[in-house]
Design a protein around this ligand. Structure first.
Ligand SMILES: Cc1cc2nc3c(=O)[nH]c(=O)nc-3n(C[C@H](O)[C@H](O)[C@H](O)COP(=O)(O)OP(=O)(O)OC[C@H]3O[C@@H](n4cnc5c(N)ncnc54)[C@H](O)[C@@H]3O)c2cc1C
Length: 382
């Protein structure tokens, strides 16, 4: 296994870091805890697409840059050090970009240019009020009517929902619990409505409730027919879970960076607190946890690049990376003492921003159950 970045990756990341400091950081600071307006989010995502972030993963055959999964992961990590909020929007662009290969060609033709140019945002609607970890409980229903489907239902926690022009919707086409689920494209102009959810963190990007009432879409919008949707989504999640892990670890890295300089500057008992063994040991543990989490995520992404099955590594990296990231940011708060819980210091925001990553893209409990099932062959979900 090669742990060395290629020269190309190093140059790309150096350039991206400079861009982030110059462009993304001021935007993130200006909109801390407030929704970044869609035009501003488009502008920054457009600029980042040139580095291969988000829609940059779209395959070359469709006009994209075809950025490999490891490089996409390294970029997401760097972005999340500066703004986990902007990184969530990029992640969804990445997932949408990958799923575009399942769009019927005429639909893809219609959307590709705008997605590549970041003129339009998509989102992925799986979760519902009564279908979270148990995705197969989806109730949102698509009923045939002439050449159309008429869709009714509610989706919840949809990242990019408020920004979106279209949604890849997981809907129920018949009563078969798994076989009845299909993936269909719904456009905002078809009539879905969104309202943003206020959260503990990550409020600079949209997480929305989506309502579909008698939304009529042509049958030709079907992307993955009933029966194959769950398989398609699981392949997609195996690629995106390590990215979520790297995003949480990006926040942890930023918190570690803050902690190192704080521990060097803050003096108590006649010396910098970094000179007290308990603080020094914390810094050592924090750095090691981040490194271990990153290696696990990059291993999973390198399996994606080699076309190997990666669901087990993806589940391991998602729970481990997000868990240790939350621990690291908690320790960063502790190192900052009273200052850590004030709005004046960035670790307070990081503490609120990193926590949702233990829930999104399948909770950490669900990841552990998936690993257990893979190893024992026995399902402990029910
Ligand atoms: C910031 C954010 C962004 C999101 N973005 C999207 C998105 O873009 N699209 C989308 O479709 N969804 C999205 N989600 C939804 C996310 O995938 C769900 O929140 C997640 O799958 C958990 O579902 P739930 O919230 O309903 O919790 P529940 O499933 O109700 O779980 C509640 C608790 O019970 C535990 N639990 C559940 N079942 C079991 C079991 N069998 N054994 C042990 N423990 C169990 C869970 O681990 C959790 O701790 C997002 C969520 C968040 C927080």
């Amino acid at each position: 296994m090669d742990f060395q970045l290629s020269e190309e990756q190093s140059l790309l990341i150096d350039g991206f870091r400079k861009f982030l400091q110059r462009d993304a950081k001021p935007l993130a600071e200006r909109y801390r805890d407030q929704l970044i307006p869609v035009e501003e989010m488009q502008r920054v995502q457009r600029a980042m697409a040139d580095f291969g972030v988000g829609a940059g993963v779209i395959e070359e055959q469709f006009g994209g840059m075809g950025v490999d999964a490891v490089t996409a992961g390294l970029l997401q990590f760097e972005l999340s050090r500066i703004s986990p909020d902007i990184a969530v929007t990029s992640l969804i662009q990445n997932i949408v970009g990958k799923l575009m290969r399942y769009m019927p060609e005429p639909l893809r033709e219609r959307y590709l240019e705008d997605v590549l140019a970041v003129n339009r945002f998509g989102c992925v609607g799986m979760s519902e009020p009564d279908a979270g970890s148990q995705v197969t409980a989806v109730r949102c229903r698509a009923v045939e009517d002439g050449n159309d489907y008429v869709i009714n239902g509610e989706k919840l926690w949809i990242s990019n929902g408020g920004y979106s022009d279209f949604m890849f919707l997981l809907a129920r086409f018949n009563d078969d619990p798994v076989g009845g689920l299909g993936l269909i494209l719904v456009e905002r102009k078809d009539g879905y409505e969104t309202s943003d959810i206020e959260k503990m963190g990550l409020n600079s990007q949209s997480t929305a409730q989506v309502s579909l009432q008698d939304v009529r879409v042509p049958m030709t919008n079907l992307m993955v027919p009933p029966g194959d949707a769950m398989k398609t989504l699981f392949v997609s999640l195996a690629g995106s879970r390590p990215l979520v892990s790297l995003m949480a670890l990006g926040v942890a890295q930023a918190a570690l960076d803050e902690s190192v300089s704080y521990a060097q500057d803050r003096t108590q008992f006649g010396k910098p607190i970094a000179g007290h063994q308990l603080i020094s040991a914390k810094i050592g543990e924090m750095a090691t946890k981040i490194e271990a989490g990153k290696l696990l995520a990059l291993k999973a992404l390198s399996q994606v690049d080699r076309g190997e099955r990666s669901d087990l590594s993806a589940a391991m990296s998602k729970w481990f990376g997000t868990q240790v990231a939350c621990e690291v940011v908690g320790e960063a708060l502790q190192i900052h003492g009273g200052n850590g819980i004030t709005k004046e210091y960035p670790v307070e925001y990081m503490y609120r921003a990193v926590r949702p990553f233990m829930v999104t893209e399948g909770t950490n409990e669900i990841q552990k159950l998936s690993i257990g099932r893979a190893l024992t062959g026995i399902d402990a979900f029910g």
